[in-house]
Design a protein around this ligand. Sequence first.
Ligand code: FDA
Length: 519
Amino acid sequence: MNRRRFLQTAAAASLGLLNLPVIGRAFAPSELADNSRFDIILVGTGYGSAVTALRLAEKGKRCLMLEMGMDWQASGMKFSRMAWAEKQSTWLKTHTIAPFGNYRVFPKFTGALDRIDFDQVHVYAGRGVGGGSLVNGGMSVTPRRDYFEEIFPQLDAQAFYDKYFPLANRELGVSVMPESYYRQSAYYQFSRVGEQEGCAAGYTVQKVPNVYDYDYMQKEEAGLVPKSGLQDEVIYGNNHGKKDLTKTYLKKALATGNVTILGLHRVDRIADQGDGSYALSVSQINTEGETVAQKTYHTGHLFLGAGSLGTTELLLKSHAEGTLPKLDGEVGRYWGNNGNTMAARAGLKHALGSKQASIPAAGLAKWTKGDDAVFAEIAPFPTGVDLRVALYLVINRVPKYGQLGYNAAAKRLELAWGKEHNAHMVRNAGQFLDKMNAANGGWRSTIFPKGVEPKICYHPLGGCVLGKATDAYGRLNRHKGIYITDGALIPASIGVNPYVTITALAEYCIEHVYQQDFA
Ligand code: FDA
């Protein structure tokens, strides 16, 4: 060990900092001690944070990222398959929390998939370095321009479609499955049938780009490499094939040498110090979720990327507990589930195949100007047998917003979201099923009530909306030095799977924030 490393290690040991789950080399262990001050702290390591960290780090800014989940790469653990979920599948619960079939029990562990339950909506989220990119289906969809303009009338749409969406797609490694492979793969029979049935029912087929590596997938099918997307791996993580953020934005950010990520570090509270800086109360947890250390970190530039619910909760909770007294009443508003509704048909005439890839490749659209607009992702049902059941994740408009609040007495985030918010989604998804059945045969499946489950939300959006709770570039109102980077910026709905939009918005915001606040 050289002298510098020896001194650092000795200092770290005296401060109790050995065993810190550290990734990256921006800060020596001794610089991570309690009460340390950092120029830039980012909360979370999902899309918004990963983009922001890369753009700051490549300009030479040192960034500390705090992530409550694990560093999966360093852990050496494998992600669970869906068919046989183990403790690492699920965030600190004793059983699985998938949309159905939750019969597996295990000890609590800081697993990859979390679910936050409200009365009429269950919100899923990824936990770990890489955030939602670890557990999502990789569907990388640029929104329709007319709908993007409707949701964000204040933005220069031309700039987004010329610059920020192409940039986001490039950096994320998005590609479209080769048609020759799609047409002949046994694993996409379900999707081809879905397309054919959708056409018969009058829907427009839309191919869905993905970040899955299709060269790898073809090798999976040929039996040349370990299977992942072709072996029911997705919502608990993919062990191979998927280009999650640890292989794209975060990898590049860490390669600059200007980023350090602390895993298993949860930010509990933000306190406005009144001098242009913020004190973060941080709990370091172990893999059972127990707090093993508490510290306070200080910063003048705080980028929040804890996801729609995580970011909004941190702000509302800090306000309710009196440490962020000036918080704007716009925080918590314009929340929505991106119109997510699961729908299922049974009794299909055509075989869907006993082999079904877990990575979706196509959707069916009828995106009208009214509340009946739908975009239905043709989802797999990879059970290993062909049950002739077709699943869809139906995306709708969100005409009625939800509102988040923090109940300080009960110490919990609350959401005003009732059956009335779901009503048009239930109607639309039901009509979608009925049209598909009328054109192709089959009936509404009983895995969900009348074939429709509106409580499942994979795409939480809003709570700190761009231009409402923030300025034009994500700076939080009334709080110089706090920036919102994530899905909280989008008001409730974007009409397609959202992370390409979240990525593009983060690119747009940090470009302007860097020029104005850092250059
Ligand atoms: P994101 O949720 O990615 O990251 C937030 C991070 O902050 C997490 O790592 C979290 O652990 C951390 N965090 C939260 N609170 C914290 C705290 N207090 N302290 C420290 N860290 C904290 N989208 C899409 O476009 N295509 C798709 O195919 C899918 N499929 C899909 C499937 C499933 C099962 C899920 C759950 C989600 C999807 N999504 C999706 C949605 C997509 O993954 C989601 O929109 C983005 O991950 C949101 O990105 P954000 O940057 O907002 O936060």
